[in-house]
Design a protein around this ligand. Structure first.
Ligand code: HPA
Length: 234
């Protein structure tokens, strides 16, 4: 049974073959247009796809064709999906560079196309086994990792205002990003277990006085890929 890895922030900087052997490359034709390219990683029996493009940042979060990509994941026989997502930190105690494996989602997107529509009666959960694998992989790689927290997904492409972040914080969100929705709903709809590794690239708006760094550099992609490879080898 193969897996799919969706690479997020800085995946477009990666030279995959510097980290693991690579095989076939596929673009899948779907009812929603062509998927992003998928590259076979034989060492972990997984297809890897960079959400934001290859070689450079080609499309920001709001313009990712999640419907085509998740359709392709199913066509490629994915029994599970792991992804990494760059995020801003909202909850106290979270630092730039550390990871968090979210256990819930607050969907504040407005204009994303959800098709097929999320089922009305399926409660969404991240897969517990995949979450545990990500947490264990972080521990093995000495990457500080928070084991719980809510991810709020915003529409983008603009950054959130300080007032919005304050509201999401009151609502219980630990981190903010733009990429998990509708990817997670579509995976659930197709019955594919899913878990995400969030890598904190910056403090969310209004919290920059705590740490002004913004790290979207190649190291984020390397960290994400290393955790995915370790998680799938467990
Ligand atoms: N906001 C939204 N998405 C993000 C952020 C942020 O601060 N950092 C990384 N992705």
């Amino acid at each position: 049974m193969s897996s799919v890895i969706f690479g997020g922030t800085a995946a477009y900087h990666l030279r995959l073959d510097e980290h693991t052997p690579v095989g076939e490359r596929r673009i899948v034709t779907t009812p929603y247009g062509d998927s992003a390219p998928f590259v076979w990683l034989p060492a972990v029996e997984a297809w890897f796809s960079s959400r934001h493009g290859e070689g450079q940042l080609q499309r920001s979060a709001a313009f990712v064709n999640h419907r085509a990509n998740i359709w392709a994941a199913r066509e490629l026989g994915a029994a599970s999906i792991l992804s990494w997502n760059g995020v801003g930190a909202i909850a106290p105690g979270l630092a730039v560079g550390q990871a968090i494996v979210p256990d819930d989602v607050l969907d504040m997107t407005r204009a994303r196309v959800h098709s097929p529509p999320p089922s009305q009666d399926i409660p969404f959960t991240f897969d517990p086994d995949l979450r545990a694998r990500l947490v264990e992989a972080c521990a093995a790689l000495n990457i500080p990792c928070a084991t719980h927290g809510t991810y709020v997904c915003t529409e983008g492409p603009r950054l959130e205002t300080a007032a919005e972040i304050a509201m999401y914080g009151w609502g219980g969100a630990a981190v903010v990003g733009m990429t998990l929705v509708p990817e997670v709903w579509l995976a659930a709809e197709m019955g594919i277990p899913y878990a995400s590794l969030c890598i904190i690239t910056n403090m969310a708006t209004g919290r920059w006085h705590l740490d002004p760094r913004r790290d979207f550099g190649p190291g984020v992609g390397v960290k994400g890929l290393q955790v995915m490879l370790a998680a799938l080898r467990v």
